[in-house]
Design a protein around this ligand. Structure first.
Ligand SMILES: *Cc1c(COP(=O)(O)O)cnc(C)c1O
Length: 434
C-alpha cells in the first residue's frame, strides 16, 4: 500500500476514549455526528412552525413573596411543548395553556430516568426590557444533557428561538415590573410507551415558567411552612448559607458518571442527604468526593472559596471540570470570567482542593469567603461548613462580611437587569398579548 493511501489517524487521547459515547468527548462526538447528517430523514426542531393557543382561563399573578410564590409550583398561563418521534422527528412546537401532560404508565421516563432539564431566569430590567442571561450556554448544555441520556438532538439555536418566543409571550403579564424575574424550566423526557430498556423512540420537550422567590435576598422569609427550597437561615438569625459536608457513604457523582449532565437522575438520590441537612439546620449538602475529601459542589450550585493561598496570594478556587464530577454552571463560568477580567489582584484557579486545605486555611487565618453560585440561589455567601465533627467557619459566620461575593453579585445583577450593557444580557422581544 502506498503511504499516501494510509488515512492519518490522530493518536488516542491518554484519558478519553473518543469512541465511548459516555464521556464528555463522546457526547460531543454524538452531537457532531447528528449535526453533520446533512440530509435529515426526519423533521428538525423548527421554531418558525410554532403555533399559539392562548388560554381561556388566565390566572391571577400572585404577590411577590406570597405563599404561592414560595410553593415554587405556581406557573404562568402557558407552556411550550414539542413532540418528537423516531419515525418523523420533531413535530410543530406549540405554546398552549399550562396543564397536565398525558403519558402512559409505561413511558420510559417513569422507569429509566430518561429526563434532563435546564434552569434559567428571565429578568425585567430597570429600562423595562426583558433579558435572559447567557441563554446560549443553557441551550448548548440542554443538548449535551439530552445526548448523554439518549434523548433526541436539536439545533440549539432553534431551541433558543422557541424559548425567546415563549418568554416574550408571557413576560408582559408575569414579569411586569422592573426588578421582577421568573424561573424558566426547559425539560425533556422520553415518552415512548414500552418497558424495553432501549433508546427512546418518542420524546417530549417542554418549557414552563414558575414564580420563584428571591432565594438570595435577606428579606426572603417564607410565609408558608411547606415552602420547598427555603434558605431558612434568616429565620434562625444566621447570616449566610450553612453547609453540611457529605459523608463517605453518600456520593453525588463520580468520574465516568453523569454528574456533569443536568439530569433528574442526579437529584432523586440526593434528597435523603438534603433532608438530613435541613433537619440539622443546614441549607445544603456540600458534596465531597473520594478518600481525600475533595470539595466538589453544593446542592444545585457550584462552590467557590476565596483565600490567601500558601504562597501568600489572594486566590479564588473552584473544583475543575475535567473529570465530569461537577456540573458546568453558567454562573460558575461567569464568575470565573468576571474575576479574571476585573480583579487582577486575585488569582483564579480551577483545581481539586480538599476539606483538609480549608481547615488548615481557617486555622492559619487565610480563609476569606466561600459562596455558592447557580441560577436558583444566585450568589450565596457561606457562613460555615460542618465536616464530620469539625466546623469550618468563614469570617461571615463570625460577624464579618462577604464583600467579594457581594461585589460579584452586584456586577452580575447589573447585567441581568440592564444596568450595565453587556453581551451576556440578551434582550427578548415581547408580544403584547394581554
Ligand atoms: C444547575 C446546577 C448548577 C448551577 O448551574 P447554573 O447554570 O449556574 O445555574 C450547579 N450544580 C448542579 C448540580 C446543577 O444542577
Amino acid at each position: 500500500m502506498a503511504p499516501t493511501a494510509v488515512t492519518p489517524v490522530s493518536p488516542p487521547s491518554p484519558t478519553l476514549d473518543s469512541t465511548s459515547k459516555l464521556t464528555k468527548a463522546g457526547t460531543e462526538n454524538t452531537i457532531a455526528k447528528t449535526v453533520s447528517n446533512t440530509a435529515p430523514a426526519v423533521a428538525e426542531l423548527d421554531a418558525s412552525k410554532c403555533t399559539i393557543t392562548p388560554t381561556l382561563n388566565p390566572k391571577r399573578v400572585p404577590a411577590p413573596n406570597s405563599p404561592e410564590v414560595w410553593s415554587q409550583g405556581y406557573t404562568s398561563d402557558h407552556m411550550l411543548t414539542a413532540r418528537w418521534t423516531e419515525k418523523s422527528g420533531w413535530e410543530s412546537p406549540e405554546i398552549r395553556p399550562y396543564g397536565p401532560l398525558s403519558i402512559m404508565p409505561t413511558a420510559s421516563v417513569l422507569h429509566y430516568a430518561t429526563e434532563c432539564f435546564e434552569g434559567m431566569k428571565a429578568y425585567r430590567g430597570d429600562d423595562g426590557k426583558v433579558r435572559l442571561f447567557r441563554p446560549d450556554r443553557n441551550a448548548k448544555r440542554f443538548l449535551q444533557s439530552a445526548t448523554r441520556i439518549a434523548l433526541p438532538g436539536f439545533a440549539p439555536e432553534e431551541f433558543l428561538k422557541l424559548l425567546k418566543r415563549f418568554v416574550g409571550f408571557e413576560a408582559s403579564k408575569w414579569i411586569s415590573e422592573p426588578g421582577h424575574f421568573i424561573y424558566i424550566r426547559p425539560t425533556m423526557i422520553a415518552t415512548a410507551p414500552a418497558l424495553g430498556v432501549q433508546k427512546p423512540r418518542e420524546a417530549l420537550l417542554y418549557i414552563m415558567m414558575v414564580m420563584f422567590p428571591a432565594l438570595d435576598e435577606p428579606t426572603a422569609v417564607p410565609t408558608s411552612p411547606s415552602s420547598g427550597t427555603q434558605m431558612g437561615q434568616e429565620a434562625k438569625g444566621a447570616k449566610g448559607m450553612r453547609l453540611l459536608a457529605s459523608n463517605h457513604d453518600m456520593i453525588r457523582a463520580w468520574p465516568g458518571g453523569f454528574g456533569s449532565a443536568k439530569v433528574g437522575a442526579n437529584y432523586g438520590p440526593s434528597l435523603v442527604a438534603q433532608g438530613e441537612a435541613r433537619e440539622r439546620g443546614y441549607n445544603q449538602i456540600l458534596w465531597l468526593f473520594g478518600e481525600e475529601c475533595y470539595v466538589t459542589e453544593a446542592g444545585g450550585s457550584n462552590f467557590f472559596v476565596l483565600w490567601i493561598n500558601e504562597s501568600g496570594k489572594k486566590e479564588l478556587v473552584t473544583a475543575p471540570l475535567g473529570d465530569g464530577v461537577i456540573l458546568e454552571g453558567v454562573t460558575r463560568a461567569s464568575v470565573l470570567d468576571l474575576v479574571r477580567r476585573s480583579r487582577p489582584d486575585v488569582e483564579v484557579v480551577e483545581r481539586k482542593f480538599t476539606m483538609e486545605e480549608l481547615i488548615k486555611a481557617e486555622k492559619e487565618g487565610r480563609l476569606l469567603e466561600g459562596f455558592g453560585a447557580g441560577t436558583a440561589f444566585f450568589i450565596a455567601p457561606v457562613a460555615d461548613i460542618h465536616f464530620r465533627g469539625t466546623d469550618v467557619v468563614f469570617p461571615l459566620g463570625k460577624g464579618g462580611d462577604a464583600e467579594f461575593a457581594m461585589g460579584i453579585k452586584k456586577d452580575l445583577k447589573d447585567v441581568m437587569y440592564g444596568r450595565a450593557s453587556h453581551e451576556w444580557g440578551v434582550v427578548v422581544p415581547e408580544e403584547k398579548v394581554y
